[in-house]
Design a binder for this molecule. Structure first.
Ligand code: XUL
Ligand code: CO
Length: 433
């Protein structure tokens, strides 16, 4: 036991509580559409934001004080102790991590790997004792200066090799810990200027890299899902994994569309000029909706500020798409979210998650109610009803421009525009959120 969260009791569902730290909407056992709420949402803590982020910004360094700051394995274990205490306080079923979050980097690759293995063993014991599970593991291929020009897409083949070895170690760690997914976010897989970049070569390298990841998954019998997390900018100006649509065409190009799904982050969707629900619906349409990174950006700054979600209507529309696609299987709701730089206290970390979990619970319940009512589905069915007629179906299947043109003339077809009813549908949604 550490004393980091001393005095903070486990958070419980109590809608009438006067405490700052109670779930007023998240009741893990409440049945929503035939399934426990906990099993729908599958919440996970992001180790990096809660335990590795130091509270810096571009104008000033560390603002948080934590007993685990330091670069020894003892520090890493104190951090792990605090992390598992927080999972227990929150009743979080899952967590996610990068290698860099959980162990200090060694002087050589071999030393870094030995340290990862040591902490994986430590995690394994704690997971056994507490029942906390791993939603996904991943590799940090962006912080160290060796990755400044990319990992798999680097002009230097030695960096490609280092990255491949790192991903192998992280996939092994994820497999050992029974991880349900393995995530690849292409942090620096993009470029700053075309003047020094061979875009075609770099994309090919990234494609081969992902093929090797999928091949290794099958080789070791990892049952989890490989996920790619799209993001349009930050840190690179142009990222190769811009959004769901871009990544899908990349997967098709390299024959991986049946092997890889998406981990979709709210803030990344917004940076790409989309809404979260657009990205989720797009992935569902391709059959590659895997998991979500739940957060929000600052509405004014335009940066990927990774704040805890705090907007029920937004979250409700996101879960509507998740439920419509059949809900999560291996995926879940990872809080890729961090407290603000001035939120120094241990209780702030707890409060950030508690509030976010309640917002998600409200969103899920609203989404389930909307789906159960069926109003949107009925409006959509009605809007496209013309396409259910035999003539329209036949046109889509067998039509040619000639045959269609003949029919337009012979039948005197003259389309009558109909209302899209947007305001009425928005009003309908607002009855539930
Ligand atoms: C970065 C981001 C990452 C990934 C995992 O914006 O979202 O934390 O989720 O590497
Ligand atoms: Co993320």
């Amino acid at each position: 036991m550490t004393s980091f969260f001393e005095g903070i009791e486990p958070v419980r569902f109590d809608p009438d509580s006067t405490s700052e730290l109670a779930y007023r909407h998240y009741d893990p056992d409440e049945i929503v559409l035939g399934k426990r709420m906990e099993d729908h949402l599958r919440f996970a803590v992001a180790y990096w934001h809660s335990f590795a982020w130091e509270g810096g910004d571009p104008f000033g360094g560390r603002s948080f004080e934590r007993p685990w700051w330091g670069d020894t394995m003892e520090h890493a274990k104190i951090k792990a102790d605090a992390a598992f205490e927080m999972f227990a306080i929150l009743g979080q079923p899952f967590f996610c991590f990068h290698d860099q979050d959980v162990r200090p980097e060694g002087a050589t690759f071999a030393e870094s790997k030995a340290r990862l293995d040591e902490i994986v063993e430590y995690f394994g014991e704690k997971m056994e004792q507490t029942g906390t599970r791993l939603l996904w593991g991943t590799a940090n291929l962006f912080t160290n200066r060796r990755f400044m020009s990319g990992a798999a897409t680097n002009p230097d083949p030695d960096v490609f090799a280092w990255s491949a070895a790192t991903v192998k170690a992280c996939m092994d760690a994820t497999h050992t810990l029974g991880g349900q997914n393995y995530v690849l976010w292409g942090g620096r897989e993009g470029y700053e200027t075309l003047l020094n970049t061979d875009l075609s070569r770099e994309r090919h390298q990234a494609g081969r890299f992902l093929q090797m990841v999928v091949d290794y998954k099958h080789r070791i019998g990892f049952q989890g899902q490989i996920l790619v997390e799209p993001k349009p900018q930050e840190p690179s100006k142009h990222q190769y994994d811009y959004d769901v649509n871009t990544v899908y065409s990349f997967l098709k190009e390299f024959g991986l569309e049946g092997e890889v799904k998406m981990n979709i982050e709210q803030g990344h969707a917004i940076l790409a000029g989309h809404s979260f629900e657009h990205e989720l619906a797009m992935a569902a349409a391709f059959g590659i909706l895997g998991s979500i990174d739940m957060n929000r950006n600052d509405y004014q700054s335009g940066w990927d500020t990774d704040q805890f979600p705090n907007n029920v209507p937004e979250v409700a529309l996101a879960y509507y798409e998740v439920l419509r696609a059949g809900g999560f299987t291996t995926g879940g709701t990872n809080f890729d979210s961090k407290v603000r730089r001035q939120s120094l206290d241990p209780v702030d970390l707890i409060a950030g998650h508690v509030g976010a979990m309640d917002v998600c619970a409200r969103g899920l319940k609203a989404a389930a109610a909307m789906l159960q009512d069926g109003g949107l589905e009925a409006a959509r069915d009605e809007r496209y009803a013309g396409w259910d007629t035999p003539v329209a179906r036949d046109m889509l299947k067998n039509g040619t421009l000639d045959s269609i043109a003949n029919r337009v003339i012979s039948e005197g077809i003259d389309p009558e525009p109909r209302s899209g009813r947007q305001e009425r549908l928005e009003n309908w949604v607002n009855r539930f959120v």
